[in-house]
Design a protein around this ligand. Structure first.
Ligand SMILES: [Zn+2]
Length: 332
């Protein structure tokens, strides 16, 4: 079970902590609820240079992550927990590990990273961090920046100092051995830059430069024959295939059917494109003809206007009648 510890007078402002009476002093965030895990007393020392953001995929409803991490059977832990704010004014930041002590959440980056777990009620891909969570994470980042000199910038490699998210380098990668991991979920990965910029604003810094905003690395989904059979079925394979992941002659026939169909569609689109191009060419030629004809008409009109200019034609004069007749012909 996690034990609640007092943190009065134990906060230090140095990266590696200082040895005081044989003990390394603790780095605890004054604003956080401190609920230290038993591992805090047993894990190795840490000199953090990175902060890595996670999402917990916890059950719906309020979650006490410290209690879960504190179980004997759970061998992982993170330094911070940022919950949903379920009551106005509720403190949603819990610190479970001293940031001068390693926490096991980031695979090879455990030797360099502070980890922040965040509540999502089970669906991080579609549950963005709330404004309160963004603010809370930003406060932690600013504290990590002033306490451990961690730059408020995105990491540019798995070992470079800065801020990152768990699946930043793909999965598996140096930060996770788990294939296909998307932690902290697509909705939240899209918010990382604005979280870092919120922290920078709190620290009186301008937003990160565009070149420091790498695109998230999508993790390719492994292709299986079962998946192929499902895709073929959704493309109207007739008869529908048994999705047993074991390709036989029916799967092969369905593949050929889909390819033939797609080829037909592409050829048909090609023909339509040719037709459209021909129509466009014809329309352009017609437009050019109309333009030429319009220009000639304008030229003639100018000539008539010049002829009329400066004349005070006698209403009954022959010249005035001729000009009027010419005008009528042209406008007619
Ligand atoms: Zn994670």
């Amino acid at each position: 079970m996690a034990s609640r510890a007092s943190h009065s007078g134990s906060v230090v402002g140095t990266g590696l902590g200082t040895v005081l009476g044989g003990r390394v002093s603790m780095a605890l965030m004054p604003e956080a609820i401190v609920d230290l895990l038993p591992e805090n007393a047993t894990q190795a020392a840490l000199g953090p240079t990175q902060v890595i953001l996670h999402s917990a995929v916890d059950a719906p409803g309020p979650t006490n992550l410290a209690r879960w991490f504190g179980r004997e059977s759970v061998k992982v832990e993170s330094h911070f927990w940022v919950a949903f704010q379920r009551k106005p004014g509720q403190n949603i930041i819990t610190q479970m590990m001293d940031t001068n002590v390693k926490a096991d959440a980031n695979y090879r980056a455990n030797a360099t990273a502070i980890s922040i777990e965040t509540e999502d009620d089970g669906d991080p891909d579609n549950t963005p961090w709330t404004p309160a969570q963004i603010q809370a994470i930003a406060y932690i980042l600013v504290w990590a920046h002033t306490t451990h000199a961690i730059p408020l910038e995105l990491c540019t490699s798995p070992t470079s100092p800065g801020i990152g998210w768990h699946s930043m380098w793909g999965a598996p990668s140096d930060w996770t051995p788990v294939r296909g991991k998307t932690c902290p979920g697509w909705a939240r990965i899209n918010q990382v830059v604005s979280v870092v910029n919120t922290a920078r604003q709190l620290a009186g810094m301008g937003p990160i430069k565009p070149r420091e905003q790498p695109m998230p690395t999508p993790t390719p989904t492994p292709r299986t024959w079962k998946g192929v059979q499902q895709v073929l079925n959704s493309h109207g394979a007739n008869p529908q295939l048994v999705t047993d992941g074991d390709p036989g002659p029916k799967t092969a026939t369905a593949v050929i059917g889909v390819i033939t169909y797609q080829t037909d569609v592409i050829n048909n689109l090609g023909r339509q494109l040719e037709d459209a191009n021909r129509t466009a060419r014809d329309a352009q030629q017609a437009a050019a003809q109309w333009q030429r004809w319009g220009n000639e008409q304008l030229k003639q009109l100018e000539l008539v206007q010049q002829a009329l200019k400066g004349q005070e034609p006698d209403e009954d004069s022959l010249a005035a009648k001729d000009l009027r007749a010419a005008l009528h012909r042209l406008m007619g």
